[in-house]
Design a protein around this ligand. Structure first.
Ligand code: IPE
Ligand code: IPE
Ligand code: MG
Length: 237
C-alpha cells in the first residue's frame, strides 16, 4: 500500500513548527542568534531523515508574518542564515534529490532573499525526491487572503468561490494537505501555521527545543502518527 513503510503508515506531508531556538540559547547563557544557528543544523538533519524515511513533502516554518516584531538584529540574522544556507547547500539538495519550494508572502521579503529563493527553486526544480517547502514570511491568514485575491484577479466571482477554489488559489496548489504537524518547545498553539491546510492534520508536540530535536524524536513523531486513527468526521471502524 502507498504511504506505508514496513507496514507502518507514514505521512505524505509533514509540517514542522521549529520552535525554541531562543530558549535553547538562553538556557546556555548564549545569544538567541546562536539558537538559530544551531536550529539550522537541526533542520538539515531532519530534512535528511525525512527524505530517507520516504516523506514526500516537508514544510518548515522558518519565519512568520508576525516574526517581524522581533529585534531588527535578530530578524536580520535569521534572514542572513536563510540566504547563506540557500547559497551554499545546492550539493546537499542534489545529493538528496530534494526540491526546494517556498510558501509565504513575497511582498515584504528583501530582493536578495527572493533572488536566492528563486535560484534554489530553479536549481532544484528537476529533483524528484522529497519536496521541502520553506514557509518564510508565512502566515496562515495572510496565505488565505492572498489566495482569495489571486482568485479574484483571475476573474473569480462570489458564485464560483468554494473550498476547492481557495485551495487551488493557494501558493502551491499541487502540494497535498499536511498529515502530521510537529511542534517543538512545548507550545500548544498553531501560531498561524497552515491554518487552511491543517483542517485534518494530526499534531505532535514535544517539549524538546528545536536545536535538541533528534532523528529519534522525529521517528517518535512518525510512530505516534502511525498509531493515530484518522476519522475525517466519519465513525470509527
Ligand atoms: C523558533 O525559535 C525560530 C523562529 C521563530 C524564527 P524562537 O526564536 O521562537 O525560540 P523561542 O520560542 O524564543 O525559544
Ligand atoms: C512560530 O514560532 C514561528 C516559527 C517557528 C517560524 P513563534 O515563536 O513565532 O510562535 P509564538 O510567538 O510562540 O506563538
Ligand atoms: Mg518561539
Amino acid at each position: 500500500m502507498k504511504n506505508e513503510i514496513n507496514g507502518k503508515k507514514i505521512p505524505r506531508h509533514v509540517g514542522i513548527i521549529m520552535d525554541g531556538n531562543g530558549r535553547w540559547a538562553r538556557r546556555r547563557g548564549l545569544a538567541r542568534t546562536s539558537g538559530h544557528t544551531e536550529g539550522l543544523k537541526t533542520a538539515r538533519r531532519i530534512v535528511e531523515a525525512a527524505s530517507a524515511r520516504g516523506i514526500a513533502y516537508l514544510t518548515l516554518f522558518v519565519f512568520s508574518t508576525e516574526n517581524w516584531k522581533r529585534a531588527t538584529h535578530e530578524v536580520d540574522f535569521i534572514m542572513s542564515l536563510v540566504k547563506q544556507h540557500l547559497t551554499r547547500e545546492l550539493d546537499f539538495y542534489r545529493k538528496n534529490h530534494i526540491r526546494i519550494r517556498h510558501t509565504g508572502d513575497t511582498d515584504g521579503l528583501a530582493p536578495d532573499i527572493l533572488a536566492e529563493i528563486d535560484q534554489a527553486k530553479s536549481d532544484t526544480r528537476d529533483f524528484d525526491g522529497m519536496q521541502v517547502i520553506l514557509a518564510l514570511n508565512y502566515g496562515g491568514r495572510n496565505a488565505v487572503v492572498r489566495a482569495v485575491r489571486r482568485f479574484l484577479r483571475q476573474g473569480g466571482v462570489a458564485e464560483m468561490l468554494d473550498e476547492d477554489a481557495i485551495t487551488q488559489s493557494m501558493d502551491n496548489p499541487d502540494v497535498p494537505d499536511p498529515d502530521l504537524i510537529i511542534r517543538t518547545a512545548g507550545e500548544f498553539r498553531t501560531s498561524n501555521f497552515l491554518l487552511w491546510e491543517a483542517a485534518y492534520a494530526e499534531y505532535f508536540i514535544t517539549d524538546k527545543f528545536w536545536p535538541d530535536f533528534s532523528t529519534e524524536d522525529f521517528d517518535a513523531a512518525l510512530a505516534a502518527y502511525a498509531a493515530r486513527e484518522r476519522r475525517f468526521g466519519t465513525v470509527a471502524q
